[in-house]
Design a protein around this ligand. Sequence first.
Ligand SMILES: O=P(O)(O)OC[C@H]1O[C@@H](O)[C@H](O)[C@@H](O)[C@@H]1O
Length: 297
Amino acid sequence: MVVKETDREVVLTRPDDETTSVTILKYGATVYSWKLKSEEQLWLSTAAKLDGSKPVRGGIPLVFPVFGKNTTDEYLSKLPQHGLARNSTWEFLGQTKSDPPTVQFGLKPEIANPELTKLWPMDFLLILTVELGADSLKTAIEVENTSTSKELKFNWLFHTYFRIEDIEGTMVSNLAGMKLYDQLLKESYVDKHPVVTFHQETDVIYQNVNPERAIQIVDKGVQVHTLKRYNLPDTVVWNPWVEKSQGMADFEPKTGYEQMICIEPGHVHDFITLAPGKKWNAHQLLCKDELNYQAIQ
Ligand SMILES: O=P(O)(O)OC[C@H]1O[C@@H](O)[C@H](O)[C@@H](O)[C@@H]1O
């Protein structure tokens, strides 16, 4: 069977290749496993909670309507870090296409986490579409402002945890020349390094990354993941390294930071504002591609 639904999750398998599958937890509509020919592509903490008691540490948590912890907006500032989508149980809307196998999940205030919608009383409809290609995974989001009178102000981000072999042998390409905000230094500057490498905690937001740029994760000269984006101008690059991992109870093993890198495409530098009745769409495509070092224009 291509789509298997249980109370907790949905598993989508390629009809032509049962070793290629994606598993989506209804809580947060969180993709927490994507296997390509039996090989896991995403990192998931061994202490991740999959029982709905907290957002999943790993996979692809969804960040909406706010990235990080807001301190200025009247309503968004009341929400916890990264908003309410990853801590709400979504509705499984079913399979929408057989080739490539595609499923959808929906979230609206009536079913979202009531503790959180109380703090952020807005009208919205989110539709997440997950499409399992032969060697790719596309996650697409549509945000609709279902209010007839109020604007909807939000961030969106796919918090993608990629599985890698060894963080110190890994580099991320095609972000050179981009302006970034370093969340640890609290400073903005242009990244002049030809590639991003990792030797310590990293938490940066690249802004307005040209949509033509495919971000590539390269392990000792070999492309292991390629990330393409639509309508997601910013990219967060995060690795907690030693100390920060120690402080996260759901981050295990403690050496797990060596096998993960978060490359998170989003719209987070500023807010999207949707007029009543309007929709906004974006997607990320995780795939494999030739190594392509793109020149800075
Ligand atoms: O622990 P959380 O809420 O899942 O966040 C993890 C990280 O998410 C990243 O997106 C942020 O840039 C980091 O600052 C943050 O630490």
